[in-house]
Design a protein around this ligand. Structure first.
Ligand SMILES: C[S@@+](CC[C@H](N)C(=O)[O-])C[C@H]1O[C@@H](n2cnc3c(N)ncnc32)[C@H](O)[C@@H]1O
Length: 270
């Protein structure tokens, strides 16, 4: 049965592939190479990229010489990924259900997807099932406490006096896990992985200020859900705090340099 959280996620991503590609996909691309390294993806490997979005990680894996299958729950993402990565086999599939035989892949990756599923443990267990013994599964999530780039949005909303809408679904407490290296590694062990490794990957995300605004303004992610719930006057107020609080990160004409970080964690299948 689809949880309220998962139903909200389906609605939030629906039809937003192009807006995501043109805004926050560049942010999520930051740890793509570290993610593939963590999963041991080399030329000739058969790799599954889950929650592929517009195909950033799938494309990188193809450029490493891997044979790539990619899936996403959102059909508009699948369409974009097919266009961008013609060498990959791209399909619609919704975690935790993966329509593949057990042990089919040498590796599986999920870049910023575990934070979008209603049952993260079931998602990892499903990823483990489709990878062969000796293969690895690697995932990324945003850490908590949030890095500077993500914290900026919290500060912008606080300055504008905007609260998270009470009706936004939260992950069920029994399904949740700590958004830290230890938290993700613990969940991987619980899902039956061995040889679990994790670290924080830090980088500076350079972006046009407009792209940093446009993703959430188009309703993308948790920030987008908060922004979408506001009336026009409140959005105008939020925008003025956005301009003020992002100003110290300006590095050029309309460009921002935002320090950020991801948890990158992986485990082996026995
Ligand atoms: C933050 S985006 C990351 C996209 C991509 N991995 C990247 O690096 O840009 C999250 C993606 O996960 C997909 N997604 C969310 N829940 C999913 C689920 N239960 N099963 C499969 N894909 C899911 C969304 O449709 C979206 O494309």
């Amino acid at each position: 049965m689809t949880s309220t959280f998962d139903a909200h996620e389906r609605a939030q991503w629906a039809g937003r592939a192009v807006a995501y590609r043109d805004s926050l996909a560049a942010l999520c691309a930051g740890p793509a190479s570290a993610l593939l390294d963590a999963a041991g993806v080399v030329g000739g490997a058969v790799v599954l990229d889950v929650g592929t979005g517009p195909g950033t990680v799938a494309s990188l894996a193809v450029s490493r010489g891997a044979a790539v299958v990619a899936v996403d729950a959102e059909p508009s993402m699948v369409a974009l990924a097919r266009e961008r990565v013609p060498a990959a086999d791209v399909r619609v599939a919704v975690l935790p259900s993966l329509p593949f035989a057990a042990g089919l892949f040498d590796a599986a990756v999920a870049n910023f997807v575990l934070n979008h599923v209603g049952d993260p443990l079931a998602a990892l267990t499903s990823l483990r099932r489709v990878v062969r013994p000796g293969g690895r599964v690697a995932v990324t999530i945003w850490p908590h406490p949030p890095p500077v780039a993500q914290r900026l949005w919290t500060d912008i909303f606080a300055a504008a006096g905007v609260q998270r809408p009470a009706d936004l679904p939260r992950l069920d407490a029994t399904a949740d896990f700590a958004r830290t290296v230890d938290g993700v590694c613990g969940l991987l062990r619980l899902a039956g992985f061995s040889g679990v490794l994790g670290s924080e990957f830090a980088w500076v995300h350079e972006t046009a200020a407009e792209a940093w605004w446009n993703g959430p303004a188009a309703g993308i992610g948790a920030t987008g859900a908060v922004l979408s719930a506001q009336d026009a006057r409140t959005r105008t107020r939020i925008r003025s705090h956005f301009d003020h609080l992002t100003a110290p990160f300006t590095v050029g004409d309309g460009q921002l340099a935002l320090p950020t970080a991801a948890v990158v964690a992986s485990g082996a299948v026995e």
